[in-house]
Design a protein around this ligand. Structure first.
Ligand code: UDP
Ligand code: MG
Length: 136
């Protein structure tokens, strides 16, 4: 069965949005297969966003990701990778539709509160090898 890696970024943990976000995935019908609240090591944040390392916002993105506790989750279900991205909404909260997580709870692209695997292959990598701390 297909799985996806979803990470709730530090600001929604601070804002108390964790339950709301879990609720949306649960109500849709997906199955929670793993969940961990933890501060992420800088090296994991850098690895997670490795493909963006040349971007001007990379430094800020890493600082944001390690600025507090994140909630990492593994969700399972039919088409969960693509559907998970729809539940999350477009990358820029100014363009995310109302009803999506970013559309409802975020304003800034640099503070877009949640991330999810963008393809089945990256989900496999993120769950399988990139984030062993989920299983510690
Ligand atoms: N990001 C940013 N400024 C930009 C583009 C991206 O701060 O101009 C951040 C944003 O937090 C985004 C993250 O970089 O979630 C990773 O970008 P990606 O393209 O992987 O988007 P995602 O997979 O999170 O939707
Ligand atoms: Mg991405």
């Amino acid at each position: 069965m297909e799985q996806t890696f979803i990470m709730i970024k530090p600001d929604d943990v601070q804002r108390g949005l964790v339950g709301e976000i879990i609720c949306r995935f649960e109500k849709k019908g997906f199955t929670l297969k793993g969940l961990k609240l933890q501060t992420v090591e800088r090296s994991f944040a850098e690895k997670h966003y490795e493909d963006l390392s040349k971007k001007p916002f990379f430094g800020g993105l890493v600082e944001y990701t390690i600025s507090g506790s994140v909630v990492a989750m593994i969700w399972e279900g039919k088409n969960v990778v693509a559907t998970g991205r729809k539940i999350i909404g477009a990358i820029n909260p100014a363009e995310s539709a109302p009803g999506t997580i970013r559309g409802d709870y975020a304003i800034e692209i640099g503070r877009n509160i949640i991330t999810g695997s963008d393809a089945v292959e990256s989900a496999r990598k993120e769950i399988g090898s990139l984030h062993p701390w989920i299983y510690e």
